[in-house]
Design a protein around this ligand. Sequence first.
Ligand code: PEP
Ligand code: MN
Length: 369
Amino acid sequence: MGTRLELIPVGEWNIFPEGKAPMLIAGPCSAESESQVMQTAEGLRALGVNVFRAGVWKPRTHPNTFEGVGAPALQWLGRVQKELGMKVVTEVAGEKHVSDCIKSGVDMVWIGARTTANPFLVQEIADALKGTDIPVLVKNPVSPDIDLWIGALERLNQAGVKKLGVVHRGFSTGEKSRYRNEPLWQIAVELRTRYPELPFFADPSHIGGSREYLHELSQRALDLGLDGLMIESHCDPASAKSDAGQQVTPEDFGKLISGLVVRKADSDSPEYKENIDQLREQIDVIDENLLSLLASRMNLSRSIGKYKKEHNIAILQTSRWDAVLSQMKERAESYGLSAEFVSAIFNAIHEESVQEQNKILSDDSGDEN
Ligand code: PEP
Ligand code: MN
């Protein structure tokens, strides 16, 4: 369970231009050189992008790879602020990074996926940010652990950071996938539902791991109603020292953004409202029916549990369940439902039934023997 977060609305951060949706953050994976930073930022600025990202300290999987230029690169970000009037954001992974960013006047920071996974480091960052006003974006932890993500938000919030947002960059699941990191959108949706006022960005660059997926992933994020996108852009992606395959030129970034359909959160049209309200009411009725059917099913299952107990029969008969499940999956198709969906639902129902029957088995109060 997450606690309540005390937040300052993103409109009051003085970072993103008013009324522009989605909010955009773009820039290279890493700040590599002064000219690369300036050239990329100029290209993005010309497209109307106001918030420039660049990694100064890079957490790399393998040693002896480019780990960022470090603090000297902060001066280049200073030039982007002064000469182009852009806001700048970089990644911090510890107290020293935070103090360097404060000294050089970085506008906003983000906490990377590997750092969010480490409560000691998140606490260190939170403590270092005490008393400052710098907005912080928290990327999801590498593993699909929503509580670890929420815990990081809580640590920062308890240290007084109220300008908080999140970045969904996908998860390592160990499953083989065409994406670098599995989107597991349901986790984003769950966090969104728990904290609807938390500014929510998607990072399709790190989810996809390849520029070919940027469009589909960005569109998906917008369709889910997320507030913004963080996308890696490099003036010469082929020569990038990190994440070369997923970066796009500012020009391609512009094309990508103009090809996205931005959906409205709601509509004022009375006709739309009336129709959607009717459909939602129908859904509510069906949901109520589903609940009542589930309850009836569970009651039957408890009766079976009692009967099994009386006859000293084991609860789990896997062969019966396998047969039921495969029949359901077959039937799913004729209802226009996917086999995965149906098997997920029925497995959840079955698991609960087994638990209920187990309770009956271990409950001696009604036992007549
Ligand atoms: C990055 O944004 O360049 C980065 C390192 O991201 P993540 O923490 O999501 O891997
Ligand atoms: Mn990167």
